[in-house]
Design a protein around this ligand. Structure first.
Ligand code: AMP
Ligand code: MG
Length: 483
């Protein structure tokens, strides 16, 4: 019996009218083989915990089951602030939708599946290195509790792909509740296809925002939902020290999930001006600019919805964004520091902390983890992270003083803090080590990181060194859009 007969597949997006997508067969990879298979996730979808050749052949384009009907979605988008009408799935295909055991529906998308009508000058492929980064990071974010697309499996091959050097073609099997992007709406707006735009809005609301139908103005309720979820997502990125890297409107999920991983990066030492994308010369998508860009992108979406939503409603709805980002960010930072009750002096305390962390180039993740260990370790481990120890000690004194206004004991507070301050994150150098090994045919480090990052908040003594500060060579790593 075929594995596909045991899973629940459907094709809703496929039922939209002409112009939403093009049907296209994948270009098979040569000699495909597994780099990794996400067994737990597979099991939750009624797929086998061990992948077999039937699954490999289906996802690598060699032999598609009749249940898959590959399509390339059409969208457009603003890239680095400029509108580009020509976008669409240039190397990814949507195969079907799948329902999990807990009744969640995911799109199954294969990224790196070959040429499509939207490939432009591209070759339709994704290289192994960027596929490993997407694979590991999407799962890492998921286990940190940050909304994101997921990854089911990763395939490498002997298909040669030419970038700055010759590399091999890979496929990341990406699952997301939806692959609808802000850029989908922009496409139909800018081409003046307002009937299709309305069809898309209706589809999106029916499938993903059914609660909006109860609202007096369902389209406004829909936009409000997107505004709030995007604000919450970006607040989370910033609280966790994550920079996406390419926040173009075509990389913005309508569901407010992290989507389309490229040259992302986690902060090592704290630097608000951190630019993870080497091709982002102006710093448009720098770490501290992410909240502003979120609003810029939502404004682009709102503009695309303007034929159906009155100006005042658009303004009021977009006006909710800033407060939501700030509220969510401050809630998360309070959780991270164990300062649950808002106090007037807190903004000064946080301001001073960020100033000191930036000046002393303190490792962002380590600092908060050490702060969560004050029930077991003394302050010295924190002070040691700073060059200016005196100022660090002063800040800790202020912090301890501030803690007296909380009504938790140290054990309780630190226990809760360790559940929001990860010990392990996907630092660039860790990903790079796994990539270097994988490019030599050894996928063991991908596997190790994958397992490690499933429990980012737990002490994993055997892997303690994975929480170390990055080595000096990590500073030289340059990650760009070329993937
Ligand atoms: P990205 O920077 O990955 O978000 O991609 C931006 C646009 O370029 C999307 O329309 C992609 O489908 C397309 N694209 C990126 N890389 C390739 C490639 N190697 N071949 C074809 N299209 C690509
Ligand atoms: Mg993209």
């Amino acid at each position: 019996m075929s594995v596909w007969s045991k899973v629940k597949l459907s094709q809703h997006f496929h039922q939209l009218s002409d112009g939403f997508y093009r049907s296209i067969q994948p270009m098979p990879l040569e000699n495909p083989h597994w780099v990794h298979w996400n067994s737990d996730f597979a099991d939750s979808l009624n797929l086998p915990e061990q992948p077999n050749s039937e699954i490999l052949n289906a996802f690598s384009g060699i032999e598609l089951p009749p249940e898959f009907n590959p399509i390339a979605m059409k969208y457009a988008g603003h890239q680095f602030g400029q509108y580009n009408p020509e976008l669409g799935d240039g190397r990814g295909l949507l195969l079907a939708e799948i329902e999990s055991k807990d009744n969640q529906t995911y799109d199954i998308h294969v990224k790196g599946a070959g040429l499509t009508p939207f490939s432009r000058q591209g070759d339709g492929r994704a290289v192994l290195r960027s596929s490993i980064r997407e694979y590991l990071c999407s799962e890492a974010l998921f286990h940190l509790g940050i909304p994101t697309s997921r990854a089911l499996g990763l395939i490498n091959s002997n298909t040669l792909v030419y970038r700055e050097k010759t590399e091999t073609g890979a496929i990341c099997i990406r699952l997301a509740h939806s692959h609808i992007r802000f850029g989908h709406f922009e496409h139909f707006f800018y081409t003046g296809q307002h009937e299709k735009l309305q069809e898309l809005i209706e589809y999106t609301i029916n499938h993903y925002f059914p609660e909006c139908q109860q609202h007096a103005k369902p389209y406004v309720a829909f936009l409000k939902s997107v505004v709030l979820s995007t604000a919450q997502l970006i607040a989370k990125w910033n609280a966790f020290g994550f920079a996406h890297g390419v926040l173009n409107t075509d990389n913005m999920s309508i569901l407010g999930q992290t989507f389309d991983f490229g040259p992302f990066g986690f902060l090592d030492s704290y630097n608000p001006n951190f630019i993870c994308n080497h091709s982002d010369y102006q710093g448009r998508y720098s770490f501290s600019n992410q909240p502003n860009i979120g609003l810029w992108n939502l404004t682009a979406l709102a503009h695309a919805l303007s034929p159906f939503i009155e100006r005042d409603d658009l303004d009021v709805t977009l006006g909710l964004y800033e407060d939501e980002v700030n509220q969510e960010y401050s809630r998360l930072m309070r959780d991270k520091t164990g300062l649950l009750r808002k106090q007037p002096q807190d903004s000064e305390l946080f301001g001073e902390l960020f100033r000191l962390m930036a000046k002393n180039k303190v490792d962002y993740t380590r600092f908060f983890r050490q702060l969560s260990m004050l029930d077991k370790q003394d302050e010295q481990t924190i002070i040691d992270l700073f060059i200016d120890r005196e100022s660090a000690q002063q800040w800790l004194n202020d912090y301890q003083q501030r803690l007296t206004l909380e009504h938790t004991c140290a054990d309780e507070r630190c226990e809760a803090m360790r559940k929001v301050n990860p010990k392990y994150i996907l630092r660039n150098h860790l990903a790079q080590i796994a990539i270097d090994k994988a490019e030599d045919g050894d996928y063991s480090e991908v596997n190790t990181l994958f397992n490690l990052l499933q429990n980012p908040y737990d002490e994993q003594p055997k892997y303690d060194h994975y929480s170390n500060l990055p080595p000096s060579w990590a500073e030289e790593l340059e990650i760009s859009c070329s993937s």
